[in-house]
Design a protein around this ligand. Sequence first.
Ligand code: FE
Ligand code: FE
Ligand code: MG
Length: 170
Amino acid sequence: MKQESAEVLNLDVQKLVEMLNAALCEEWLAYYQYWVGAHVAEGPMRSEVESEMLVHADEELAHANKLIARIVQLGGTPVLSPDQWMKLARCKYEAPTDVYVETILEQNLRGERCAIKRYRDLADYTDGVDYTTAKMAVEILEDELEHEEDILAFQRDIVSLKRTFDKMIK
Ligand code: FE
Ligand code: FE
Ligand code: MG
């Protein structure tokens, strides 16, 4: 049911719901990409990367929860079928067909950078006109920035691990 609060928003609610639905699709794809990647990854630091990727997967699902709650509050219809996920998502799903951990981290990094752009756009669109959505977008953005930083830290660790190993065998 459409709430009174949605009526007073001085913005295009339909466009906002479209953006929120696209973000919802992206979160489900991000969830699956992290989750499946965590289970198949192989290579240096596999077990550390695996557990952090599973944590990230849970956090993407928490984002999906926030998004669907806001869509319903705004009187919108959330995406009802997984058929729509690939069609509506701007951030593309990258299947971990190469299971080497560095390749998987690169794929997830691209996903996070796309997510960061998504929540900046949502925050910009709602800034000063829909405080609830703007606040939510900024909160999710902070998580996505943390995800990006976690991946970059793993990449640096793997590079220095390889460097140490190279020195040992010389
Ligand atoms: Fe997310
Ligand atoms: Fe993320
Ligand atoms: Mg993390």
